[in-house]
Write a protein that binds this ligand. Structure first.
Ligand code: ADP
Length: 254
């Protein structure tokens, strides 16, 4: 911890052997006024969650299961861009560790050759006018081995170890927190534009034939870009461009 080169992220640090979910714990702390940059990290989550209350597999000692409290003073509509910011920061951190194949699947999964290395779950509290806090839950598979994965994840999950990156969790955590802090302050200082450009560079979704299941509708088409709010733009066969605010993307094999 003393060797963290961050100014804010991880300075206040709550470590737990086990917890239901770090996002729940972080939200509780945020309600009580925990400051920006507070990190809750655990060895295992009993009920880790993904989006839409899907589960997040968080076995003891195998990953970085943590949540970060942010209190940015931008408008709540900007909050989804925090997720894109985190995905960019994490992907750059993996590149630094030597994992250059890591890329971002819209909106927020980090994949290596189609398998998921990281899940990000952003939750916000506040009014229409003001963000009270954002809790960003991040799960990074670090030490998990292929044979340890539960059946349903065997073909879709990966870990740093499985990708041949031999790194201790503390070292990986340090690189990740530094990268997150750097990216966050760049956004606060200079706006989202540069981060959105980096997101485009690091994306594995753009340019691909995809199927996207959005609430109420499924589209097939080519993912052409993201707009300035981070929505995905998909050109469907009749030539119209759909703007996807939320949905599940599958990239169709060529
Ligand atoms: P997505 O954004 O891909 O829909 P979520 O963010 O909702 O995914 O995360 C939950 C899903 O991720 C689960 O349904 C499961 O398929 C997958 N998953 C759960 N735990 C892990 C893990 N440790 N590593 C990789 N994938 C996982």
């Amino acid at each position: 911890k003393q060797i963290l080169k961050t100014d804010v992220f991880g300075k206040r640090y709550v470590y737990m052997d086990t917890t239901e979910s770090t996002n729940l714990e972080a939200r509780r702390l945020a309600q009580q006024g925990a400051e920006e940059g507070t990190v809750v990290v655990t060895e295992e989550q009993a009920a880790g969650r993904g989006r839409l209350s899907r589960g997040w597999y968080s076995p003891f000692g195998k990953g970085l299961w943590f949540s970060l409290i942010l209190r940015p003073d931008f408008a709540p509509v900007e909050a989804p861009k925090c997720t894109l910011m985190a995905a960019v920061a994490l992907t750059k951190a993996f590149h630094k560790m030597g994992l250059t194949d890591a890329g971002i699947k819209w909106p927020n999964d980090i994949l290596v050759n189609g398998r998921k290395l990281v899940g990000i779950l952003t939750e916000m509290s506040g009014s229409m006018e003001e963000i009270s806090y954002i809790v960003m839950g991040i799960g990074v598979n670090v030490k998990t081995k292929q044979e340890e994965l539960p059946e349903e994840l065997k073909l879709i999950a990966t870990s740093l170890t499985m990708e041949g990156i031999d790194i201790e969790r503390t070292e990986a955590f340090k690189i990740i927190l530094e990268s997150l802090e750097h990216q966050y302050y760049e956004v606060l200082d200079s706006g989202f534009e540069e981060t959105l450009n980096e997101w485009r560079q690091l994306s594995v979704t753009l340019g691909e034939e995809i199927e996207v299941r959005a609430p109420g509708n499924t589209y097939e088409g080519v993912a052409t870009d993201i707009d300035e709010d981070g929505n995905l733009l998909v050109r469907i066969p009749d030539g119209t461009v759909k703007r996807i605010v939320a949905g599940d993307v599958s990239i169709r094999p060529r």
